[in-house]
Design a protein around this ligand. Structure first.
Ligand code: ACM
Length: 698
């Protein structure tokens, strides 16, 4: 990446950056460098844009057109017709976009830009049209609508990404994701400057690409839910217009049920095979010892290498349990003959054969970290899902890699877990040369527990925070500020058609078959879906299970519960003296306590909500205990150990999961009851020790 020196163009007074870094406004990701002036610049109906430079490509014209559309839609300004129609050659442009050349959709392309806004005009300058697109997104995030009207701040930004590979993986196999879902998420990715769609197109549960070479793949192994070649091209073009690469994944040799449903002659075990409907790690595995396998893959990759433009093809390589290999005497004999120690060595042989095919068709190989072994050509890229250590190890040995461990958004972790997870932390043991091999990371949206209706709410807005980790300087780590900005960005993402906010009330209306969902929304503020893979452990789910329940409507990262937790922390720290926090904690607890009554009739008459009733009761119970603690704290009364023990017992009982959701307001209430009974030094540990793991009770 070209490092353009930062020049301040503002002539007006400049706010000196505070010690903790410059202001972040509503920007996500936060730019590399930013200086804010005092003035606000009004945007009016006469706003117009000129595009200059060799990089004034159709891609950039399209990007400016979409920017103007969104600017007008958000601000409700009526622009002159000529704003839209004559982007080029206007003399009185309010914004001049200059791009030096057409960017290439390739790893490491220059995405930097400089955005300068003064009362004299708005200048967006970039080496490439792709950099200019990134700057247009920043410009839209700067737009402010308030009592002063429609404005942007006086500002000078120089920006460039920290990492060149910033991805989102979408799994279209477990649940098929329609073209519209992929497109709206490409728009969301572009809005937060992600640049790689890693498309997981094949898994045990379905093969999702039309292939001319081996048509039984999509005919027999997709239930009719696959992308035609024309749709694939359409999506690649749509992504390219937004400066996003599309890397397809064909998961091999494990995760093989769909492959082998179509072509059982490639299997390692007799079969029969069918599309897998459940979730987990399964045995079907492609046979790496027969030439037919490589003839098959050669023809397939020839077609896919032509269909997909990107330099990389992902071969998966994960979670091959080797069972079918070891159960097949011919495969065992092959391993013996070659002197292979076991399935790992055999998989290495397979990878090398596949690599030769990809190389023949001009592609580079990327795979999950199981494919890593010394001796692979150094242009193979490793995607680490099992831990950062494997990423560092491969970097030490000369291989580039990306991090996905810690960015598994399907696991329903809170945003801050992902946000603070850094592909290259300050204390990394790597030398600068090795560190340069860490190319970035990818959020992974595995689709066992998402449908097209719910998937946006699992991707967004959390992935905006992950995108910031990949783009912004590593010093940008303030959690409160991140949540503040993410909340704003979430609304902006909606204007792209993303459904993460809007589907929730609709899902609640369907659950209760009623219009007034206010009390259900209150309950959602205090619960989250169970984490990690507990959902499947607590109740068996398959491809046909409903994903329309409270666990699906619930936020992965409930904002009201988080606000409550923070208010409780501050309140305890102030020794219950902070009036504002006291008021906030008390009113939240009252609303939660009284919500049981408000929901009673709805829960009684809604079969689809029956399993949630105990959660509503537990919320009321836990909230009442919290209120008792507040009374003790504010009336100078004291409670004894018996009082405490009984409350802790009841709070622990309230931790029980029902309907695969859990109450996430218990810990702060535990802290409250402890704070009013125990000496300060004992508060946290003494009480939290009593936590029990989530246990489901049907
Ligand atoms: C993976 O999660 N099996 C890559």
């Amino acid at each position: 990446m070209k490092n353009v020196p930062f020049v301040i163009c503002l002539v007006l007074s400049i706010q000196v950056a505070a010690a903790e870094g410059p202001p972040t406004l509503n920007l996500m990701p936060v730019p590399a460098q930013l200086e804010l002036g005092d003035a606000s610049i009004k945007i009016g109906p006469e706003f117009s844009v000129t595009i200059e430079g060799e990089g004034g490509t159709p891609r950039l014209h399209g990007g400016v057109g979409r920017m103007l559309r969104r600017l007008s839609d958000r601000s409700a300004l009526f622009f002159d017709n000529s704003t839209f129609l004559q982007l080029k050659g206007r003399s009185m442009a309010a914004m001049v976009v200059t791009a030096g050349r057409a960017g290439e959709l390739a790893l490491g392309e220059d995405e930097s830009y400089r955005l300068t806004i003064t009362s004299d005009g708005i200048a967006l300058q970039a080496a490439t049209d792709i950099g200019a697109l990134r700057g247009l997104e920043t410009f839209l995030q700067l737009l402010t609508l308030d009592e002063n009207g429609v404005t942007v701040p006086e500002i000078a930004i120089f920006d460039q990404p920290r990492f060149p590979w910033r991805g989102l993986m979408i799994d279209s196999s477990r649940h098929f994701m329609p073209v519209e879902m992929v497109k709206r998420n490409l728009d969301g990715m572009a809005a937060v400057k992600l640049n790689v769609l890693h498309w997981h197109l094949v898994d045990d549960q379905g093969f999702r690409v039309e292939t001319l070479a081996w048509p039984k793949l999509h005919e027999l192994a997709s239930d009719g839910n696959y992308y035609t070649r024309a749709q694939i091209r359409d999506i690649i073009d749509y992504a390219a217009e937004r400066g996003i690469r599309v890397v397809p994944e064909f998961d091999l040799p494990g995760h093989g049920s769909a492959w082998l449903t179509a072509y059982p002659e490639l299997a390692s075990a007799p079969g029969p095979y069918e599309i897998e409907r459940s979730w987990g790690i399964f045995d079907p595995t492609i046979n790496p010892t027969i030439e037919k396998t490589y003839e098959f893959l050669d023809a397939l990759m020839a077609e896919m290498a032509e269909l997909f433009d990107d330099e990389f093809i992902h071969i998966g390589g994960d979670e091959n349990n080797g069972k079918h290999w070891l159960a097949n005497p011919e495969i065992v004999a092959f391993m013996d003959e070659k002197g292979y120690e076991g399935p790992l060595t055999l998989q290495r042989y397979f990878n090398e054969r596949v690599l030769a095919i990809l190389t023949k068709y001009g592609k580079r190989m990327i795979g999950w970290d199981e494919i890593f072994e010394e001796g692979l050509p150094k242009n193979v890229v490793i995607q680490s899902w099992r831990g950062r250590e494997s990423l560092f190890e491969s970097a030490r040995l000369g291989y580039s890699g990306i991090l996905s461990n810690g960015y598994y958004i399907d696991l329903i972790h809170p945003t801050d877990d992902h946000y603070l997870n850094d592909p290259l932390p300050a204390d990394s043991p790597l030398t600068p040369e090795e560190a340069a091999r860490i190319l970035g990371g990818e959020a992974t949206m595995w689709a066992e527990y998402v449908s097209p209706e719910t998937v946006d709410s699992r991707i967004w807005p959390r992935t905006a925070a992950i995108a910031e980790r990949f783009w912004s300087p590593s010093r940008v780590r303030d959690l409160e500020d991140m949540y503040r900005r993410m909340d704003r960005i979430s609304l902006m993402l909606e204007e792209l058609g993303l459904q993460h906010e809007r589907n929730r009330p609709m899902m609640l209306r369907r659950l209760c078959q009623c219009r007034d969902v206010a009390a259900l929304e209150v309950l959602l503020g205090a619960i989250e879906p169970v984490k990690v893979y507990n959902r499947g452990r607590l109740r068996k789910h398959t491809q046909f299970s409903p994903l329309t329940r409270m666990a699906d409507a619930a936020w992965p990262d409930a904002g009201p519960a988080r606000d409550f937790r923070w208010a409780v922390e501050r309140l305890i720290e102030s020794d219950f003296m902070d009036e504002e926090d006291l008021g906030a904690v008390e009113s939240t607890l009252i609303a939660w306590r009284d919500n049981r009554g408000a929901l009673e009739e709805t829960l009684r008459t809604s079969p689809a909500l029956a399993d949630i009733e105990p959660m509503s009761s537990a919320l009321a119970e836990a909230s009442a205990i919290g209120l008792e603690a507040l009374v003790l704290a504010t009336t100078d009364s004291s409670a004894n150990k018996d009082w405490l023990d009984l409350r802790l017992e009841r709070l622990n009982a309230a931790r029980k999961s029902h309907g695969q959701v859990e109450l996430v307001m218990i810990d702060p209430v535990v802290d409250l009851v402890c704070a009013v009974t125990l000496p300060v030094s004992m508060t946290a540990e003494g009480c939290r020790e009593q936590e029990t793991p989530v246990v489901e009770h049907h």
